[in-house]
Design a protein around this ligand. Structure first.
Ligand SMILES: Cc1ncc(COP(=O)(O)O)c(C=O)c1O
Length: 348
């Protein structure tokens, strides 16, 4: 049985969180002299002299409407990278606990594990980039706290079989972190609706991809209230700045624009796949549920360097396990994709 108390680090269980000025007084007032801010203003057109809402209530309320999840089940971070790090810091004892990673996958899970001195158990995906459930079951021990499942997966682009993820959720007593950074491009539906079913589920999403706000650094975690409470306790008090909160709030009103871009991205992705298949140096293109494709080539490094020389940057993933010969190509605008394809015509 999943019990958060068996999972939490002892020092986090007893942690008394920082109490900020805005935590201690949240009402309206005409004179705020409690936070040592500059009372005059900011040397800008807009004032940012006041600290932002530590719990980002307005943004969460809007997200709640879009995602169909109560605000109390939402954590906001300085990118979802911050949520990843906070999960390590809340649940994993340095030098003692371990996490399961399923490479090839998003690199920050490993970096965060290393920063926090948490051992990594690697259970590579199968040849068709799916979860190796038997391998994961064997790897789990009493010190295993987190399993990261990226779906759609970066860098392979595919979604994980839903039943496999549910098998993990139903059988693992630690947290299953389902990273849905690319979910807006996917044919699969989100796991957010399963939060009521699984107490050990954490879903990560971000405004950095489909929402076009990578520069604002706003990431989301959806989980049970008790997990969200822990994450809020551990995070820095003002982890999402005022400009990001205001702009995210505004952007979240433009969902139609975002949906149009998603549709266009998928059309462009399909076109790109068809065209790339014509090059004899392209050996395979893996099915993608994301806004990028993984392309297996005869000479990843050579093509990468050739494109760099022409001012086009893709990602060389050829040194990554199970991605030998592969380049990861983000779907661009129609014009950018044409430039890529035309340039590749000259590759010998
Ligand atoms: C799978 C995955 N998760 C998380 C992130 C980080 O997102 P954020 O910009 O919200 O930190 C990325 C960024 O590339 C990603 O690919």
């Amino acid at each position: 049985m999943f019990d958060i108390n068996n999972l939490l680090r002892e020092n986090i269980k007893t942690l008394k969180p920082y109490s900020s000025a805005r935590d201690e007084y949240q009402g309206e007032a005409s004179v705020f002299l409690d936070a040592n801010e500059n009372a005059f203003g900011s040397p800008l057109e807009q004032n940012y002299n006041r600290y932002p809402d530590p719990l980002q209530y307005d943004v969460k309320m809007r997200l709640s409407g879009i995602k169909g999840v109560p605000a109390r089940n939402i954590f906001l971070g300085n990118g979802s990278d911050e949520a990843i790090d906070i999960l390590f810091r809340s649940f994993c004892n340095p030098g003692v606990d371990n996490v399961i990673l399923v490479p090839p996958t998003y690199g920050m899970y490993e970096v965060s594990a290393n920063i926090n001195d948490i051992a990594i158990k690697r259970v590579p995906l199968t040849e068709d980039y799916q979860l190796n459930l038997d391998g994961i079951a064997e790897a789990i021990d009493t010190k295993t706290k987190l399993i990261f499942v990226c779906s759609p997966n970066n860098p392979t682009g595919n979604s994980m079989n839903r039943d496999d993820v549910e098998t993990l959720l139903a059988n693992f007593n630690g947290l299953v972190v389902v990273d849905e950074a690319y979910i807006n491009f996917s044919r699969q539906k989100t796991f957010i609706q399963e939060l009521t079913e699984y107490a050990n589920l954490v879903v990560l999403q971000t405004l950095s991809k489909a929402w076009g706000l990578a520069g604002l650094r706003v990431g989301m975690a959806f989980a049970s209230e008790e997990i969200i409470e822990v994450m809020n306790k551990v995070k820095p008090p003002y982890n999402v700045n005022e400009a990001s909160q205001q702009l995210a709030l505004k952007a979240l009103q433009n969902i139609d624009q975002v949906n149009n871009w998603i549709r266009e991205t998928l059309t462009q992705r399909d076109k790109l796949v068809l065209e790339l298949k014509n090059f004899d140096f392209v050996l395979d293109i893996y099915p993608s549920d994301a806004n990028f494709i993984l392309v297996k080539t005869t000479d990843a490094r050579g093509i990468y360097n050739f494109l760099v020389g022409k001012g086009i940057i893709v990602r060389d993933r050829s040194k990554v396990e199970l991605c030998e010969g592969c380049l990861r190509v983000t779907v661009g605008t129609p014009d950018e994709n044409i430039i890529l394809l035309q340039t590749l015509q000259d590759y010998k």
